[in-house]
Design a protein around this ligand. Structure first.
Ligand code: UDP
Length: 339
């Protein structure tokens, strides 16, 4: 692939962002990360990093005039569903208003390609399974709504300004880089796999399973876990797509295979050889019983293949990363302070 300019990666110091920076660099691409480091880590990227926020229009203007940017991969945003229900303004500000600042800076400079981090949360309660891209989009929380609004904005910007985009609707991102150099390290952890591994590492006493009365074989929720390296690859393939075709595209990024919370806990015990105490807790608000992607479109149109998304590989890579965090005393006391 030939690119005259750089790829700007917003949220490049975050979990999926840093894996994408790494993969693009391995492909010989010239990348530049922009991150406000509210949840990301400067030492996760090995490329030029601008520390700043997408609310800063002057900064955005300067970046697009100082650098020749060929395309943008946009990860920066807020992503905790529960928090979005209590603090919707943060989600519309970060995921919509700040995203608009980015688009406007791009349009001003004629940068016409963007890969957007969307989510399975745009679909809301599933009407059928697996979920394909044409499934009705009726988000049930402000997080999903903010992602859907941004997808819609991209459609109107395509029409008005010829901006081409790929919106990648992630299912459940998990795992860590194969060399354990990068992984998930959020200031507040709410996701299942890191929570399970924190219990295995004896950083938390017990894993709370939110609901065991769902209409699934073991009564716990089923999700489609996709390895973060596969997810990074989906961004690379999306860039290729926009170098060939213009338009507005959306793809699910998942495996088509669902795993229950119970299966995840068992896989964690097998990989870590640790006992993981569990406790059943009430259902978490807004959790559908089953969310599994129909992942055919991205396979057929972009040649995407989920190579590392076996639960065992996800768990092994995530565990290696957790052990590294533990060795480096980087585990933080986590208190759920939402703001
Ligand atoms: N979950 C759980 N205990 C936890 C965290 C998550 O039982 O400590 C469940 C959650 O209810 C959901 C599944 O694990 O059914 C995946 O949740 P996660 O937050 O990882 O991702 P989500 O599907 O919400 O994006």
């Amino acid at each position: 692939m030939s690119n005259a300019g750089k790829i700007l990666i917003t949220g490049g110091a975050g979990y999926i962002g840093s894996h994408t920076v790494k993969l693009l660099q391995e492909q010989g691409m010239d990348v530049l990360a922009l991150d406000n480091l509210s949840t990301g880590h400067a030492d996760s990227v090995n490329c030029p990093l601008i520390v700043g926020d997408l609310s800063d229009k002057n900064l955005l203007g300067k970046i697009f005039s100082d650098y020749q940017i060929d395309a943008v991969i946009h990860f920066a945003g807020s992503l905790i569903v529960e928090e979005s229900v209590s603090f919707p303004q943060k989600y519309f500000e970060n995921n919509v208003a700040n995203g608009l600042n980015l688009l406007d800076a791009m349009v001003k400079r004629g940068v016409n390609k963007i890969i957007d981090s969307s989510s399975a949360a745009v679909y809301g309660e599933p009407h059928y399974m697996p979920i394909d891209e044409d499934h009705p989009r009726k988000p049930v929380n402000p997080y999903g709504e903010s992602k859907l609004v941004f997808e819609k904005i991209l459609r109107w910007y395509a029409q008005a300004f010829g901006l081409s985009s790929v919106s990648l609707r992630y299912f459940n991102a998990a795992g860590a880089s194969l060399d354990a150099s990068l992984g998930e390290d959020h200031p507040v952890e709410t996701h299942l796999i890191p929570k399970v591994l924190r219990v295995a590492a004896r950083q938390e006493e017990v894993l709370k399973i939110f609901g065991n009365d769902y209409p699934t074989p073991d009564g716990t929720c089923i999700r489609d876990y996709i390895h973060v390296v596969d997810l990074a690859q989906a961004h690379f393939l999306s860039l290729n797509k926009l170098n060939q075709d213009s338009g507005c595209f959306s793809y699910n990024v998942g495996t088509g295979k669902g795993r229950s919370v119970g299966e995840v806990v068992n896989a964690a015990m097998e990989v870590t050889h640790k006992m993981i105490p569990i406790e059943y807790a009430p259902r978490r608000a807004g959790d559908p019983a089953i969310l599994v992607a129909d992942a055919e479109k991205i396979k057929n149109e972009l040649g995407f293949e989920a190579k590392y998304s076996d639960l065992e590989i996800i768990m092994k890579t995530a565990w290696a990363w957790h052990q590294k965090l533990l060795d480096n005393h980087k585990y933080k006391q986590q208190e759920l302070q939402m703001h």
